[in-house]
Design a protein around this ligand. Structure first.
Ligand code: GLN
Length: 453
Protein backbone atom coordinates (compact mmCIF):
# COMPACT_ATOMS: atom_id res chain seq x y z
CA UNK A 1 0.00 0.00 0.00
CA UNK A 2 2.79 2.42 0.86
CA UNK A 3 4.61 1.62 -2.38
CA UNK A 4 1.41 2.20 -4.37
CA UNK A 5 0.71 5.50 -2.61
CA UNK A 6 4.19 6.73 -3.39
CA UNK A 7 3.89 5.63 -7.05
CA UNK A 8 0.54 7.43 -7.29
CA UNK A 9 2.25 10.60 -6.09
CA UNK A 10 5.10 10.16 -8.55
CA UNK A 11 2.75 9.48 -11.47
CA UNK A 12 0.31 12.34 -10.88
CA UNK A 13 0.89 13.56 -14.46
CA UNK A 14 -1.08 10.55 -15.69
CA UNK A 15 -4.17 11.91 -13.90
CA UNK A 16 -5.30 8.32 -13.27
CA UNK A 17 -6.32 8.83 -9.65
CA UNK A 18 -8.77 11.67 -9.05
CA UNK A 19 -9.01 11.20 -5.28
CA UNK A 20 -6.36 9.51 -3.15
CA UNK A 21 -7.62 8.17 0.18
CA UNK A 22 -4.14 7.79 1.66
CA UNK A 23 -5.10 7.84 5.34
CA UNK A 24 -7.89 5.37 4.89
CA UNK A 25 -5.57 3.15 2.82
CA UNK A 26 -2.96 3.07 5.58
CA UNK A 27 -5.66 2.28 8.17
CA UNK A 28 -7.04 -0.51 6.00
CA UNK A 29 -3.56 -1.91 5.36
CA UNK A 30 -2.81 -1.86 9.11
CA UNK A 31 -6.08 -3.66 9.78
CA UNK A 32 -5.12 -6.25 7.16
CA UNK A 33 -1.72 -6.72 8.82
CA UNK A 34 -3.38 -7.27 12.19
CA UNK A 35 -5.84 -9.72 10.64
CA UNK A 36 -3.00 -11.63 9.07
CA UNK A 37 -1.05 -11.66 12.35
CA UNK A 38 -4.07 -13.14 14.09
CA UNK A 39 -4.19 -15.97 11.59
CA UNK A 40 -6.70 -14.69 9.04
CA UNK A 41 -5.98 -15.30 5.41
CA UNK A 42 -7.58 -14.68 2.05
CA UNK A 43 -6.16 -13.81 -1.32
CA UNK A 44 -7.26 -10.15 -1.17
CA UNK A 45 -6.17 -9.41 2.36
CA UNK A 46 -4.09 -6.22 2.22
CA UNK A 47 -4.18 -5.95 -1.58
CA UNK A 48 -4.32 -2.27 -2.63
CA UNK A 49 -6.79 -1.45 -5.36
CA UNK A 50 -8.30 1.57 -7.07
CA UNK A 51 -12.00 2.28 -7.63
CA UNK A 52 -13.55 3.80 -10.74
CA UNK A 53 -15.25 7.08 -9.85
CA UNK A 54 -18.58 5.58 -11.02
CA UNK A 55 -18.76 3.47 -7.84
CA UNK A 56 -20.27 5.16 -4.80
CA UNK A 57 -17.83 5.00 -1.91
CA UNK A 58 -19.06 5.96 1.53
CA UNK A 59 -17.57 9.23 2.74
CA UNK A 60 -15.40 9.57 -0.39
CA UNK A 61 -16.18 11.94 -3.29
CA UNK A 62 -17.89 10.04 -6.10
CA UNK A 63 -18.65 12.22 -9.11
CA UNK A 64 -18.78 9.91 -12.11
CA UNK A 65 -16.27 12.43 -13.47
CA UNK A 66 -19.09 14.92 -13.96
CA UNK A 67 -19.46 18.53 -12.91
CA UNK A 68 -23.10 17.90 -12.12
CA UNK A 69 -22.09 15.68 -9.19
CA UNK A 70 -19.64 18.29 -7.95
CA UNK A 71 -18.60 17.42 -4.40
CA UNK A 72 -21.05 14.52 -4.06
CA UNK A 73 -20.03 12.33 -1.13
CA UNK A 74 -22.27 9.24 -0.91
CA UNK A 75 -23.54 8.14 2.49
CA UNK A 76 -23.35 4.51 1.32
CA UNK A 77 -20.99 2.05 -0.35
CA UNK A 78 -21.62 0.15 -3.59
CA UNK A 79 -22.14 -3.57 -3.11
CA UNK A 80 -19.15 -4.50 -5.27
CA UNK A 81 -16.69 -2.30 -3.38
CA UNK A 82 -18.21 -3.29 -0.02
CA UNK A 83 -17.52 -6.93 -0.92
CA UNK A 84 -13.91 -6.12 -1.79
CA UNK A 85 -13.31 -4.33 1.54
CA UNK A 86 -14.99 -7.21 3.37
CA UNK A 87 -12.41 -9.50 1.74
CA UNK A 88 -9.61 -7.35 3.14
CA UNK A 89 -8.73 -5.32 0.03
CA UNK A 90 -7.37 -1.81 0.61
CA UNK A 91 -8.88 1.24 -1.11
CA UNK A 92 -6.26 3.59 -2.55
CA UNK A 93 -8.73 6.08 -4.01
CA UNK A 94 -10.92 6.89 -7.00
CA UNK A 95 -9.98 6.55 -10.65
CA UNK A 96 -10.55 8.79 -13.64
CA UNK A 97 -13.10 7.95 -16.33
CA UNK A 98 -15.18 9.49 -19.08
CA UNK A 99 -18.07 11.56 -17.73
CA UNK A 100 -20.87 9.17 -16.73
CA UNK A 101 -18.88 6.40 -18.48
CA UNK A 102 -19.77 7.86 -21.89
CA UNK A 103 -16.72 7.67 -24.08
CA UNK A 104 -13.77 5.60 -25.19
CA UNK A 105 -10.79 7.74 -24.27
CA UNK A 106 -11.19 9.23 -20.75
CA UNK A 107 -10.94 12.68 -22.29
CA UNK A 108 -14.45 13.79 -21.29
CA UNK A 109 -13.75 13.82 -17.54
CA UNK A 110 -14.38 16.90 -15.42
CA UNK A 111 -10.98 16.15 -13.84
CA UNK A 112 -9.26 16.49 -17.24
CA UNK A 113 -8.02 13.69 -19.47
CA UNK A 114 -6.23 10.64 -18.12
CA UNK A 115 -2.97 9.85 -19.89
CA UNK A 116 -1.72 6.39 -20.75
CA UNK A 117 1.69 5.39 -19.40
CA UNK A 118 2.46 4.20 -22.96
CA UNK A 119 4.03 6.24 -25.81
CA UNK A 120 4.34 5.59 -29.52
CA UNK A 121 7.79 4.71 -30.73
CA UNK A 122 9.74 7.92 -31.36
CA UNK A 123 6.78 10.17 -30.49
CA UNK A 124 6.08 12.00 -27.25
CA UNK A 125 2.38 12.75 -27.97
CA UNK A 126 0.34 11.82 -24.90
CA UNK A 127 -1.76 8.74 -25.63
CA UNK A 128 -5.30 8.05 -24.40
CA UNK A 129 -5.71 5.07 -22.05
CA UNK A 130 -9.04 4.20 -23.69
CA UNK A 131 -12.32 4.56 -21.90
CA UNK A 132 -14.48 4.90 -20.15
CA UNK A 133 -12.49 3.03 -17.46
CA UNK A 134 -9.25 4.67 -18.62
CA UNK A 135 -8.11 5.57 -15.11
CA UNK A 136 -8.50 1.95 -14.01
CA UNK A 137 -6.46 0.61 -16.94
CA UNK A 138 -3.78 3.32 -16.78
CA UNK A 139 -3.36 2.88 -13.01
CA UNK A 140 -2.90 -0.88 -13.34
CA UNK A 141 -0.54 -0.50 -16.32
CA UNK A 142 1.56 2.11 -14.48
CA UNK A 143 1.69 -0.15 -11.39
CA UNK A 144 -0.12 2.39 -9.21
CA UNK A 145 -2.40 -0.36 -7.88
CA UNK A 146 -2.61 -4.13 -8.11
CA UNK A 147 -6.11 -4.11 -9.53
CA UNK A 148 -9.04 -1.81 -10.12
CA UNK A 149 -12.79 -1.87 -10.35
CA UNK A 150 -14.28 -0.83 -13.66
CA UNK A 151 -17.58 -0.93 -15.52
CA UNK A 152 -18.51 -1.95 -19.03
CA UNK A 153 -21.65 -0.72 -20.77
CA UNK A 154 -20.25 -0.96 -24.27
CA UNK A 155 -16.61 -1.96 -24.02
CA UNK A 156 -15.42 0.26 -21.19
CA UNK A 157 -13.51 -2.46 -19.36
CA UNK A 158 -12.11 -4.28 -22.37
CA UNK A 159 -11.05 -1.43 -24.66
CA UNK A 160 -9.02 0.47 -22.02
CA UNK A 161 -7.48 -2.82 -20.84
CA UNK A 162 -6.40 -3.51 -24.43
CA UNK A 163 -5.12 0.06 -24.95
CA UNK A 164 -2.99 -0.15 -21.79
CA UNK A 165 -1.70 -3.72 -22.17
CA UNK A 166 -3.53 -5.12 -19.15
CA UNK A 167 -6.37 -7.60 -18.61
CA UNK A 168 -10.06 -6.92 -17.98
CA UNK A 169 -13.22 -8.97 -17.82
CA UNK A 170 -16.79 -7.87 -18.39
CA UNK A 171 -18.81 -10.57 -16.64
CA UNK A 172 -22.22 -11.89 -17.67
CA UNK A 173 -24.94 -9.28 -17.12
CA UNK A 174 -26.19 -9.91 -13.59
CA UNK A 175 -22.97 -11.46 -12.26
CA UNK A 176 -22.03 -8.37 -10.21
CA UNK A 177 -24.48 -6.16 -8.39
CA UNK A 178 -25.09 -2.74 -9.91
CA UNK A 179 -26.25 -1.34 -6.57
CA UNK A 180 -24.39 1.84 -5.70
CA UNK A 181 -22.87 2.22 -9.16
CA UNK A 182 -23.98 5.40 -10.92
CA UNK A 183 -26.30 4.18 -13.68
CA UNK A 184 -25.52 4.87 -17.33
CA UNK A 185 -27.58 2.34 -19.34
CA UNK A 186 -29.07 -0.06 -16.82
CA UNK A 187 -29.73 -3.00 -19.15
CA UNK A 188 -26.11 -2.94 -20.35
CA UNK A 189 -24.04 -1.78 -17.34
CA UNK A 190 -21.91 -4.40 -15.67
CA UNK A 191 -19.01 -4.12 -13.22
CA UNK A 192 -15.78 -6.08 -13.49
CA UNK A 193 -12.09 -5.95 -12.63
CA UNK A 194 -9.03 -4.72 -14.51
CA UNK A 195 -5.70 -6.18 -13.38
CA UNK A 196 -2.33 -7.24 -14.71
CA UNK A 197 -3.16 -10.74 -15.82
CA UNK A 198 -5.88 -13.37 -16.06
CA UNK A 199 -5.14 -14.83 -12.63
CA UNK A 200 -5.51 -11.48 -10.93
CA UNK A 201 -8.82 -10.68 -12.64
CA UNK A 202 -10.05 -14.19 -11.77
CA UNK A 203 -9.30 -13.56 -8.09
CA UNK A 204 -10.83 -10.07 -8.07
CA UNK A 205 -13.96 -11.17 -9.91
CA UNK A 206 -14.69 -13.88 -7.35
CA UNK A 207 -14.73 -11.25 -4.62
CA UNK A 208 -16.82 -8.75 -6.63
CA UNK A 209 -19.49 -11.15 -7.92
CA UNK A 210 -22.57 -12.62 -6.33
CA UNK A 211 -26.27 -12.16 -5.85
CA UNK A 212 -27.43 -8.98 -4.16
CA UNK A 213 -31.03 -8.57 -3.01
CA UNK A 214 -30.61 -4.82 -3.58
CA UNK A 215 -30.22 -5.32 -7.36
CA UNK A 216 -33.11 -7.25 -8.87
CA UNK A 217 -31.08 -7.93 -12.02
CA UNK A 218 -28.23 -9.57 -10.11
CA UNK A 219 -28.48 -13.32 -10.51
CA UNK A 220 -28.80 -15.91 -7.78
CA UNK A 221 -26.11 -18.07 -9.35
CA UNK A 222 -23.15 -19.57 -7.52
CA UNK A 223 -19.81 -17.86 -7.94
CA UNK A 224 -17.22 -20.49 -8.79
CA UNK A 225 -13.52 -20.34 -7.93
CA UNK A 226 -12.47 -18.82 -11.26
CA UNK A 227 -8.80 -19.15 -10.41
CA UNK A 228 -9.11 -22.91 -9.96
CA UNK A 229 -10.27 -23.17 -13.58
CA UNK A 230 -6.99 -21.80 -14.95
CA UNK A 231 -5.20 -24.78 -16.48
CA UNK A 232 -4.49 -23.42 -19.95
CA UNK A 233 -5.66 -26.75 -21.33
CA UNK A 234 -8.18 -26.28 -24.15
CA UNK A 235 -8.30 -29.84 -25.45
CA UNK A 236 -11.78 -30.71 -26.66
CA UNK A 237 -12.81 -27.04 -26.82
CA UNK A 238 -14.03 -25.32 -29.96
CA UNK A 239 -13.26 -21.64 -30.51
CA UNK A 240 -15.24 -19.66 -33.08
CA UNK A 241 -13.86 -17.01 -35.43
CA UNK A 242 -16.73 -14.76 -36.60
CA UNK A 243 -16.39 -13.80 -40.27
CA UNK A 244 -18.21 -10.47 -39.80
CA UNK A 245 -15.55 -9.11 -37.44
CA UNK A 246 -12.99 -9.26 -40.24
CA UNK A 247 -14.78 -6.69 -42.38
CA UNK A 248 -12.64 -3.61 -42.90
CA UNK A 249 -10.05 -4.81 -40.41
CA UNK A 250 -6.49 -3.50 -40.78
CA UNK A 251 -3.72 -6.01 -41.50
CA UNK A 252 -2.01 -5.49 -38.14
CA UNK A 253 -5.12 -6.39 -36.14
CA UNK A 254 -5.96 -9.23 -38.53
CA UNK A 255 -2.47 -10.71 -38.05
CA UNK A 256 -2.81 -10.45 -34.28
CA UNK A 257 -6.14 -12.24 -34.46
CA UNK A 258 -4.59 -15.08 -36.51
CA UNK A 259 -1.75 -15.34 -34.00
CA UNK A 260 -4.28 -15.59 -31.16
CA UNK A 261 -6.13 -18.38 -32.96
CA UNK A 262 -2.80 -20.18 -33.39
CA UNK A 263 -2.08 -19.93 -29.66
CA UNK A 264 -5.50 -21.34 -28.80
CA UNK A 265 -4.93 -24.16 -31.27
CA UNK A 266 -1.57 -24.88 -29.60
CA UNK A 267 -3.45 -25.16 -26.28
CA UNK A 268 -5.57 -27.90 -27.81
CA UNK A 269 -8.60 -26.03 -29.12
CA UNK A 270 -10.22 -26.57 -32.46
CA UNK A 271 -10.69 -23.33 -34.42
CA UNK A 272 -14.04 -23.06 -36.20
CA UNK A 273 -15.35 -20.41 -38.63
CA UNK A 274 -18.67 -19.01 -37.47
CA UNK A 275 -21.08 -16.28 -38.51
CA UNK A 276 -22.74 -13.57 -36.41
CA UNK A 277 -24.82 -12.09 -39.21
CA UNK A 278 -26.39 -9.14 -37.39
CA UNK A 279 -23.07 -7.70 -36.17
CA UNK A 280 -23.30 -4.67 -38.45
CA UNK A 281 -26.46 -3.49 -36.70
CA UNK A 282 -24.95 -3.62 -33.22
CA UNK A 283 -23.40 -0.16 -33.18
CA UNK A 284 -26.53 1.69 -34.35
CA UNK A 285 -28.72 -0.36 -31.98
CA UNK A 286 -26.38 0.38 -29.07
CA UNK A 287 -26.35 4.10 -29.81
CA UNK A 288 -30.14 4.13 -29.58
CA UNK A 289 -30.59 1.89 -26.53
CA UNK A 290 -27.73 3.28 -24.42
CA UNK A 291 -28.67 6.97 -24.87
CA UNK A 292 -32.36 6.14 -24.32
CA UNK A 293 -31.60 4.53 -20.97
CA UNK A 294 -29.10 7.26 -20.14
CA UNK A 295 -31.63 10.02 -20.78
CA UNK A 296 -33.93 8.37 -18.27
CA UNK A 297 -31.23 7.60 -15.69
CA UNK A 298 -29.76 11.10 -15.88
CA UNK A 299 -33.13 12.80 -15.35
CA UNK A 300 -32.45 12.70 -11.60
CA UNK A 301 -29.65 15.28 -11.88
CA UNK A 302 -31.82 18.33 -11.56
CA UNK A 303 -29.88 20.60 -9.22
CA UNK A 304 -32.15 19.69 -6.30
CA UNK A 305 -30.84 16.44 -4.91
CA UNK A 306 -27.18 16.15 -5.84
CA UNK A 307 -24.04 18.14 -6.48
CA UNK A 308 -23.99 21.19 -8.67
CA UNK A 309 -26.72 23.84 -8.88
CA UNK A 310 -26.36 26.76 -11.29
CA UNK A 311 -26.56 30.29 -9.88
CA UNK A 312 -29.98 31.74 -10.66
CA UNK A 313 -31.12 35.17 -11.81
CA UNK A 314 -33.88 37.20 -10.26
CA UNK A 315 -37.21 35.79 -11.39
CA UNK A 316 -35.88 32.38 -12.41
CA UNK A 317 -38.29 29.59 -11.57
CA UNK A 318 -37.69 25.91 -11.06
CA UNK A 319 -37.63 25.23 -14.82
CA UNK A 320 -34.82 27.74 -15.33
CA UNK A 321 -33.00 26.13 -12.41
CA UNK A 322 -33.20 22.69 -14.06
CA UNK A 323 -32.18 24.06 -17.45
CA UNK A 324 -29.24 26.11 -16.27
CA UNK A 325 -27.99 23.40 -13.91
CA UNK A 326 -28.11 20.69 -16.56
CA UNK A 327 -26.60 22.93 -19.24
CA UNK A 328 -23.68 23.76 -16.95
CA UNK A 329 -23.36 20.45 -15.19
CA UNK A 330 -23.26 18.05 -18.14
CA UNK A 331 -20.44 18.05 -20.67
CA UNK A 332 -21.05 18.02 -24.45
CA UNK A 333 -21.01 14.22 -24.91
CA UNK A 334 -23.47 13.67 -22.07
CA UNK A 335 -25.78 16.38 -23.45
CA UNK A 336 -25.59 14.74 -26.88
CA UNK A 337 -26.62 11.37 -25.39
CA UNK A 338 -29.48 12.88 -23.39
CA UNK A 339 -30.79 14.62 -26.50
CA UNK A 340 -30.52 11.50 -28.69
CA UNK A 341 -32.08 9.37 -25.97
CA UNK A 342 -34.96 11.73 -25.37
CA UNK A 343 -35.59 11.93 -29.11
CA UNK A 344 -35.69 8.17 -29.72
CA UNK A 345 -38.05 7.69 -26.78
CA UNK A 346 -40.43 10.46 -27.73
CA UNK A 347 -43.98 9.78 -28.92
CA UNK A 348 -44.06 9.06 -32.62
CA UNK A 349 -40.40 8.00 -32.77
CA UNK A 350 -40.41 5.26 -30.16
CA UNK A 351 -41.52 2.52 -32.58
CA UNK A 352 -39.21 3.65 -35.35
CA UNK A 353 -36.06 3.80 -33.21
CA UNK A 354 -36.19 2.37 -29.71
CA UNK A 355 -38.49 -0.58 -30.36
CA UNK A 356 -36.62 -1.38 -33.56
CA UNK A 357 -33.28 -1.29 -31.75
CA UNK A 358 -34.66 -3.68 -29.12
CA UNK A 359 -35.65 -6.10 -31.88
CA UNK A 360 -32.16 -5.88 -33.37
CA UNK A 361 -30.80 -6.58 -29.90
CA UNK A 362 -32.79 -9.83 -29.84
CA UNK A 363 -31.38 -10.81 -33.24
CA UNK A 364 -27.85 -10.18 -32.01
CA UNK A 365 -28.47 -12.28 -28.92
CA UNK A 366 -29.84 -15.08 -31.11
CA UNK A 367 -26.76 -14.93 -33.34
CA UNK A 368 -24.65 -15.70 -30.28
CA UNK A 369 -27.02 -18.42 -29.07
CA UNK A 370 -26.75 -20.14 -32.43
CA UNK A 371 -22.96 -19.77 -32.45
CA UNK A 372 -22.65 -21.19 -28.94
CA UNK A 373 -24.48 -24.28 -30.15
CA UNK A 374 -21.32 -25.06 -32.10
CA UNK A 375 -18.47 -23.47 -30.14
CA UNK A 376 -17.38 -22.99 -26.51
CA UNK A 377 -15.93 -19.49 -26.93
CA UNK A 378 -15.38 -16.86 -29.61
CA UNK A 379 -12.12 -15.03 -30.41
CA UNK A 380 -12.16 -11.47 -31.78
CA UNK A 381 -10.06 -8.31 -31.65
CA UNK A 382 -10.96 -5.86 -28.86
CA UNK A 383 -10.81 -2.72 -30.99
CA UNK A 384 -9.95 -1.89 -34.60
CA UNK A 385 -6.48 -0.59 -33.71
CA UNK A 386 -4.18 0.59 -30.92
CA UNK A 387 -4.68 3.68 -28.75
CA UNK A 388 -4.66 7.13 -30.34
CA UNK A 389 -3.22 10.43 -29.17
CA UNK A 390 -5.09 12.76 -26.85
CA UNK A 391 -7.19 15.12 -28.98
CA UNK A 392 -6.84 13.09 -32.17
CA UNK A 393 -10.38 11.66 -32.18
CA UNK A 394 -12.11 14.01 -29.73
CA UNK A 395 -13.94 16.14 -32.27
CA UNK A 396 -15.41 13.15 -34.12
CA UNK A 397 -18.02 11.32 -32.03
CA UNK A 398 -18.73 8.68 -34.69
CA UNK A 399 -15.03 7.80 -34.94
CA UNK A 400 -15.04 7.50 -31.14
CA UNK A 401 -18.12 5.24 -31.23
CA UNK A 402 -16.42 2.97 -33.76
CA UNK A 403 -13.81 2.07 -31.13
CA UNK A 404 -16.38 -0.25 -29.58
CA UNK A 405 -17.61 -1.99 -32.69
CA UNK A 406 -16.31 -5.41 -31.47
CA UNK A 407 -17.17 -5.02 -27.81
CA UNK A 408 -20.73 -3.65 -27.64
CA UNK A 409 -22.25 -6.80 -29.20
CA UNK A 410 -21.52 -8.60 -25.91
CA UNK A 411 -23.28 -5.96 -23.84
CA UNK A 412 -26.33 -6.17 -26.09
CA UNK A 413 -26.34 -9.95 -25.64
CA UNK A 414 -25.42 -9.84 -21.92
CA UNK A 415 -22.39 -12.09 -22.49
CA UNK A 416 -19.06 -12.19 -20.65
CA UNK A 417 -15.86 -11.16 -22.41
CA UNK A 418 -12.19 -10.88 -21.50
CA UNK A 419 -9.60 -8.60 -23.04
CA UNK A 420 -6.02 -9.85 -22.85
CA UNK A 421 -2.83 -8.20 -24.07
CA UNK A 422 -1.73 -10.02 -27.21
CA UNK A 423 0.95 -7.98 -28.93
CA UNK A 424 2.51 -4.63 -29.71
CA UNK A 425 1.60 -2.51 -32.73
CA UNK A 426 4.11 -1.26 -35.28
CA UNK A 427 4.05 2.11 -33.48
CA UNK A 428 4.86 0.51 -30.13
CA UNK A 429 1.45 0.38 -28.43
CA UNK A 430 -0.34 -2.60 -26.85
CA UNK A 431 -2.94 -4.58 -28.78
CA UNK A 432 -5.54 -6.83 -27.20
CA UNK A 433 -7.65 -9.80 -28.11
CA UNK A 434 -11.12 -10.54 -26.82
CA UNK A 435 -12.59 -13.89 -25.92
CA UNK A 436 -16.36 -14.12 -25.60
CA UNK A 437 -17.93 -16.73 -23.36
CA UNK A 438 -21.28 -18.35 -22.77
CA UNK A 439 -23.59 -16.82 -20.17
CA UNK A 440 -22.24 -17.63 -16.67
CA UNK A 441 -19.24 -19.32 -18.31
CA UNK A 442 -16.60 -16.96 -16.89
CA UNK A 443 -14.50 -19.82 -15.48
CA UNK A 444 -14.16 -21.50 -18.85
CA UNK A 445 -13.75 -18.11 -20.52
CA UNK A 446 -10.91 -17.10 -18.20
CA UNK A 447 -9.21 -20.41 -18.86
CA UNK A 448 -9.30 -19.73 -22.61
CA UNK A 449 -7.86 -16.26 -21.94
CA UNK A 450 -5.18 -17.86 -19.78
CA UNK A 451 -4.09 -19.92 -22.78
CA UNK A 452 -3.48 -16.64 -24.67
CA UNK A 453 -1.09 -15.24 -22.08
N1 GLN B 1 -17.75 3.95 -25.50
C1 GLN B 1 -19.04 3.45 -25.15
C2 GLN B 1 -19.96 4.60 -24.84
O1 GLN B 1 -19.49 5.68 -24.85
C3 GLN B 1 -18.92 2.52 -24.00
C4 GLN B 1 -19.02 3.13 -22.67
C5 GLN B 1 -19.03 2.11 -21.55
O2 GLN B 1 -18.86 0.91 -21.72
N2 GLN B 1 -19.28 2.62 -20.37
O3 GLN B 1 -21.12 4.45 -24.63
Amino acid sequence: TEACLSEIGAASALNAFTTVTAERAIDMADAADRARASGEGGDLLGIPIGVKDLFCTEGVRSQAASRILDGFVPPYESTVTAKLWASGAVMLGKLNMDEFAMGSSTESSVYGPCVSPWRRTGDETPIVPGGSSGGSAAAVAARLCLGATATDTGGSIRQPAAFCGVTGIKPTYGRCSRWGIVAYASSLDQAGPIARDVRDVAILLRHMAGHDPKDSTSAAIDVPDFEAALTGDLRGKRIGIPAEYAEGLGEETAALWRKGAEMLRDAGAEIVDISLPHTKYALPAYYIIAPAEASSNLARYDGVRYGHRAPLDQGDGVTEMYEKTRAEGFGPEVRRRVMVGTYVLSAGYYDAYYLRAQKVRTLIRRDFETAFGAVDAILTPVSPGPAFGIGEVTGDPVQMYLQDVFSITLNLAGLPGVAVPAGISANGLPLGLQIVGKPWGEAELLNAAYALE
